[in-house]
Design a binder for this molecule. Sequence first.
Ligand code: GLY
Length: 557
Amino acid sequence: MTIFLRIAVLAFLVVGSGLAVAQNPPPAAAIASAHPLATSAGHGVLEAGGNAFDAAVAVSAALAVVEPYSSGLGGGGFWLLHRAEDNVEIMIDGRERAPLAATSQMYLDETGKLIDRASIDGPLAAAIPGLPAALAYLSEHYGRLSLAKTLAPAIGYANEGFEVDEPYRRQVTFRLPVLRRWPAASRVFLSNGKVPMLGERIKQPALAATLEALAAQGAAGFYQGSVAEALVDGVRAAGGIWRLEDLAQYQVVEREPVRGKYRGFNIISASPPSSGGVALLTMLNILAQEDLSTFSETTRAHFIIEAMRRAYRDRARYLGDPDFVDIPVEKLIHPYYGAGLRAGIRLDRVTPSAHLPGIGNQESGRHTTHFSIMDREGNWVAATLSINYPFGSGFMPPGTGVLLNDEMDDFAAAPGVPNVYGLIGNQANAIAPGKRPLSSMTPTFVEDERGVLVLGTPGGSRIITMVLLGILNHVEGRDLTHLVSQPRFHHQYFPDEVQYEPQAFDKAQIRRLQALGHRLTPYERRWGNMQALFWDRLRNRVEAASDPRGVGQAVVR
Ligand code: GLY
């Protein structure tokens, strides 16, 4: 486990007022990602004359190769961009879409029960990938280098291989049965059907060839022609429902991020079909009703937990793909709504989730990845990418090197009926052909005249609360190292429990929270892998930090 934090030295004098400082570009470029090879690929592209968006293509593609359990060409994601030249912020939605043959009943047996693991393992679990289209789109509309240049590091890693590390072994072990089931995936990710040894090299020549097709032809290299045919043939031969038409009509969508304010800080975050930004702003609007610094540690934690509970209730109730359902986003992120929710919170006891009007449990995937990038021109990117569970569906169509996601499990597979992970959703997130499953990914910018924070993390349904705790720490003046490493706690409405990492609460605090009525569930394993950057405009320096829970690397250059 490493944490690598470098602070760039003062590159030029700070100009007097906050506004004047804000107009200067950052004195250094910075990248924080979940893997040193991905960070290095991004810096290489910046040094070759690329901007932050070119670097984002390079880092996304490199992660697809060297962190195959978290994201990949067979998955999707959200890229939140800030472009310096016109001060524009936009979200690139490269989320997967349900195949056109998908139905709301597809994971149910004839009695209406969920078919065990059907939305998690194998080709039926895979939605139509968005990541390749998003990379081509980013490159064409925001980058300045060719895809051939920005994909070159990833192609190199795929051909030459990367070394197996502890996280890789851990995730392979977790998904061993499903990886063994599918020969193409097993040949690439296992060593004679077993978990590879530390230091063994994982080579992916078929993935290199698919990346080369993307580099040469753009999105058409993946969504049409021989790659598309191999993907569809492989999926269908193994019992899946993809058609060539699904791939041919995949479209990236540019969406307005959601925006709000917390204690003078501008918050810019992911909009639906991610629930992240909306839930984040709901929580911040509740918390903004009080001065947290006047609370005891226990009351502070209790109040934050109650805010989490309510935002996740709304997530379960209202959120889905905005192209399919009307979502009252304006209401949910309005400060008055937060004030109304605050009024329902008692500081001396919990509100059991069952007493809140709403629906049941929401939980989502356990793996995903995040990176943050800033260039010296003043562009920045927060990107959270996923194939959902570790190693996605475990299924790789032969000849493609593309490991497919199991993002279909992020839908409410059966409205009102819990799936194998206890997930109950409602109609807003029900499966429909071409629909995007609801996500929790929360790439976020936090900005005021003093600086810009770029952050995000993987972690399934806990992503949003991790980003919340990170923002609260930032607002309270704590540094980046603290922000990425602090012990975390989480509440998601159902199950009605506070999950917490070791050291998040001491014994006395646990007793006090229990006395307020909280059920506390300790987790032995720590969660998340936050990658954060801060451009401190007042000191004119750039900082970057990578979560010590992972093996990522943050480098300022
Ligand atoms: N698959 C994780 C998420 O999108 O929330």
